[in-house]
Design a protein. Structure first.
Length: 284
């Protein structure tokens, strides 16, 4: 009876987290990051690059965006016509920009991002436990068949097949889940692990690393009783993420919106005269 109870609990959690991973839609950026029709028309009709830079700088001036392209320009999506929030990327499969995009997962046929990353992690965790539990409960029957205590040929084949499949999926999920646990502990996404995010002061792979506990809270929330349940509890709204603390002399990211308005541009705290030095790189 105890085996069946544990089996059904793990099965329900497995199905629940899988369902949440599949049917929780990725979240696109809010309206304030989209270019208005007038701005789009002004931007597309302008042929001078320096004026285009000024247009994007005006739009992004009051937005909480700190990351840049590899060339130091504003992250702009020409398909969605929006200024990309930090950690946002365009998914070519979903044909949309996704907040804190991690990757597009073919196994759940969905884009994994801010809205469902916690569900995806729990799905991997409960799948791992489910496979481990099946392998552990089947293994004793495998030993009995191996030693000749049970001789039913058909049952032997089913036991061998079930044990092999459970172990195979367990090993595969173990590496995948371990990798994502490492990413969470560093507060990185899969895309950021392969392509270091660029800030105003240059590339920094640990730019969002707040420490182990706070990194966990970014994904699972502050309520520890909700960590293991497929209930949305991630911090923030996906448009802005806190960055690690550095001294103001070394980190221009600490410049707040009031500084931007005084300087007249969000790219450089030195003044609006440096606007022309910023390059625009369209990302898709």
């Amino acid at each position: 009876v105890a085996y069946l109870v544990v089996f059904h609990i793990l099965f329900v959690l497995f199905v629940w987290t899988y369902w949440k991973s599949v049917f929780t839609l990725p979240i696109p950026p809010g309206k304030k990051f989209h270019m208005s029709y007038a701005d789009q028309e002004r931007y597309e009709n302008e042929e001078r690059p320096e004026v285009q830079r000024q247009i994007l700088a005006e739009i992004a001036r009051k937005l909480p965006v700190y990351t840049r392209t590899g060339s130091g320009g504003i992250r702009f999506c020409d398909r969605c016509q929006l200024i990309k929030p930090d950690r946002c990327h365009h998914c070519s499969v979903c044909a949309m920009c996704v907040l804190k995009m991690d990757h597009h997962c073919p196994w759940v046929n969905n884009c994994i991002g801010f809205s469902n990353y916690k569900f995806f992690l729990l799905f991997l965790a409960y799948s791992l436990l489910y496979c481990l539990y099946i392998a552990a409960t089947v293994f004793k029957y495998f030993i009995k068949y191996w030693t000749g205590e049970l001789t039913n040929g058909r049952s032997k084949f089913h036991i061998l097949f079930l044990l092999f499949v459970a172990i195979m999926f367990f090993v595969s999920l173990m590496f995948l889940f371990g990798y994502h646990c490492w990413l969470v502990s560093r507060n990185r996404s899969t895309l950021e692990a392969f392509s270091t995010p660029v800030f105003q002061n240059g590339p920094d792979k640990n730019g969002f690393n707040l420490g182990f506990v706070k990194n966990l809270q970014q994904v699972f929330g502050e309520e520890k009783k909700l960590w293991l349940l497929p209930i949305a509890s991630s911090q923030g709204d996906g448009h802005f993420f806190p960055m690690r603390t550095l001294s103001e002399a070394r980190n221009p990211l600490l410049a707040n919106e009031e500084q931007w308005e005084e300087d007249g541009i969000d790219e450089e705290p030195q003044g609006s005269g440096e606007t022309s030095s910023l390059a625009i790189e369209r990302e898709t």
